[in-house]
Design a protein around this ligand. Structure first.
Ligand SMILES: [Zn+2]
Ligand SMILES: [Zn+2]
Length: 316
């Protein structure tokens, strides 16, 4: 089962071999702040509720080539996001940091792995992996590995997800009715991998770098000339240097005003002035960020993202 917009891989008619997957499809699964839009208690805030682009689930993206799907963060809205994306194929998950709105969907892929004997590989820096392991200890196999980008196991498994989703095979020996007492639906199914500064998952490879997230740190990623930097208020110098020459940049922009742990409109525009990415999309937006109002005040090369927005970039 693949997303309808992801090109299928076919043999090169002249060479008879698989061409490299040069196209990376990026989908914004969610672009909302930690409480989403609308928010409990605060509702729509400054956002026009009649505009669907103001409905924002919690922030996450998925990167897809013809063979590989990499999720970045597992938001509390992950189940809803993958159902509407019409694909639950996930070959690996990169976590940007341990905050609730980026990790608490970690249980949601369990049905995909029931009874399969496979593990879901997750990737992040050592601090984040340690936090996630302590929060969700029951999901983890023992041991944490250093991620070796040359390890052949970085190849993705060939799995027929469509077949897996049909019938009782999904649940292995168990069922979800409660009749099969032997079924342990919370069996550990996650294996953790620590990334230093590079990752390779299937044919998607990139770099990661540290970000200042106010009271804590987060991780930005870059694949080819695409970068995703959510939950950031400032960049260490060496990280900022990795953001030059971008075709598309998806960047945190919580609100119009200054906050202690997130970027705001002014800070993003200042970064854009220096880095000059061809296109910038704002994410992690709060109820203060009305979509149409942003279109009016932002330059044409800076646009608000919206849930299910999709674009293509070069994979390398
Ligand atoms: Zn967040
Ligand atoms: Zn955060």
């Amino acid at each position: 089962m693949t997303s309808p917009n992801v090109p299928n891989m076919t043999l090169d008619p002249f060479t008879g071999v698989m061409p490299p997957n040069v196209t990376l499809v990026v989908t914004i699964l969610g672009c909302g702040s930690s409480v989403g839009v609308p928010a409990l208690k605060y509702g729509w805030g400054d956002c026009d509720e009649s505009n669907e682009k103001n409905i924002r689930t919690r922030s996450s993206i998925i990167l897809e080539t013809a063979t590989t799907s990499v999720l970045v963060d597992m938001s509390p809205d992950l189940r809803q996001q993958l159902l509407r994306h019409r694909s639950f194929k996930v070959d690996g998950v990169i976590f940007t940091h341990e905050h609730y709105d980026h990790t608490s969907g970690i249980n949601e892929l369990r049905p995909v792995f029931f009874g399969s004997g496979r593990t879901l590989k997750i990737y992040s820096n050592a601090e984040c992996i340690e936090s996630i392991k302590s929060m969700f200890f029951y999901l983890f196999e023992d041991g944490v590995q250093e991620h070796n980008i040359h390890d052949p196991s970085n190849r993705v498994d060939e799995i027929d997800y469509a077949k897996e989703f049909s019938g009782n095979a999904l649940y292995g020996s168990g069922d979800l009715t409660g009749n099969d007492r032997s079924a342990n639906l919370y069996m550990p199914y996650i294996s953790a991998n620590i990334i230093a500064d590079r990752f390779q998952i299937g044919d998607i490879s990139g770099i990661c770098f540290e970000q200042n997230h106010g009271h804590s740190k987060s991780m930005g990623i870059r694949v080819g000339n695409f970068a995703y930097t959510t939950d950031v208020v400032a960049f260490p110098e060496e990280s900022f240097a990795k953001l030059y020459g971008l075709d598309v940049w998806v960047v945190d922009c919580l609100s119009p005003e200054v906050v202690s742990n997130h970027a705001n409109i002014d800070s993003v525009l200042q970064w854009v002035e220096i880095l000059k990415p061809k296109m910038t999309y704002l994410t992690h937006m709060s109820i203060r960020m009305d979509y149409d109002r942003l279109l009016q005040i932002l330059p044409p090369n800076v646009r608000p993202a919206y849930d299910q927005m999709q674009f293509e970039v070069n994979n390398q």
